[in-house]
Design a protein around this ligand. Sequence first.
Ligand code: SF4
Ligand code: SF4
Length: 419
Amino acid sequence: MPKPISHVVRRPGPRPGDPDVEIPVAEDLVTVPGHPVREADISFYAREEPLEQWHMEKGADRDWAWTVYSDEFFDFRKAHENTVKPLVAESRKSADVEPTGEPDETVDVTETIRAKAKELGFGEVGFTRYDKRYTYKSKKGWVKFSNAICLAWEQDYDATQSTISMAAEHAHYGAYEVMGEQGLRLGDFIRTLGYHAQVHNPNDASAPTIPYFVNAGLGQLGANGQLLMPHFGSRARLMMITTDAPVRHDEPVDYGINKFCDKCQVCVQRCPARALVREKVWWRGALKNKVIYDRCRPLMVKMDGCGVCMKVCPVQKFGMKPVMEHYVETGEVLGKGTDDLEGFPVPDGRYFGSGELPQFDREFFDFPHGTREQWLFEQLKQRMDAGEEVTEEELAEFADQVKEAVGQTKKGWGSTTDD
Ligand code: SF4
Ligand code: SF4
């Protein structure tokens, strides 16, 4: 017998002119609109232990990654960095560019910006307050305007289904390149309406983007640590523009994902690194399945990318509406247990069907931790602990290396998108 339905979420189609979709949410999946959070904890951590950009906090493994990538992936990533650097530079200055038009009170700014964003190719668009509590430490004071426009760019469907593969990585990084450019064009458009627009390039985010997208009603956080959106699931890349345009804020929505993930667990079972966990924990004020970075990161680097947790998610593969309708009808997770949903190849040519996973020895998960300078200190300490003699020349060289590392950490530009 079908499950009782609590409510039906109605969302616009992904492209201009597409019909609305209706997503039924079963009664037993209801939790809260958006995400379960403890506001006091979010404020506490923002004040006492603000987040930092990934590439600054974990510079040691970022440098290490470049020494491990295959030649093909290395060249591809270098080309990507060269492509996005000018986009990051232009975005960083965008808050100071003055509007080119005059505000017109007869214009519905919210819907005008939404329509333009869709025309530029963004698949989902939402509006919320820019919550400064999530701002990265090194970006404090950078964000000038209080309204956030949340923009999702769909990653190529077919390439994503081929994960783990170079094709999937081309889709992943390619999405960042195109959306970074289109975000700048949307910023230009907002200025013609008479308002400022600060573009947060996706390779140089000012904050983790998912909380804003959840608050804007665009999806909910999945057990894979990604935003599950109605049309693309987690097959989307995210960026924001902050603005002083007087936009109306959207409301968070309960799509049923918080509970659905507890029942599904496909990504948890299929992660080749066993980096995803079944149990939720309270983490910096949010109830979530916390990804184990130290297991995910080495696999992502040594396999030239991963994304199995995106590929095997039924909401990504089929869309939220069919998945939720199937759950209402059967109480089951659409596609669960099939190779079609759960299977994936790895770069050495092996294929792992449902129920099969690669095995790794402990050394596979060894990699440098912390900032570049922390890693240099750690290596020196290990030598000293082992009773090894360190010469004056080596100490002088060490001092030079630390100086350079601190400089790199401070100036390092974005690339917050490796994960
Ligand atoms: S990217 Fe790969 S290794 Fe990392 S959590 Fe997802 S499936 Fe696991
Ligand atoms: S695979 Fe299942 S558990 Fe994982 S994010 Fe997708 S819906 Fe949630």
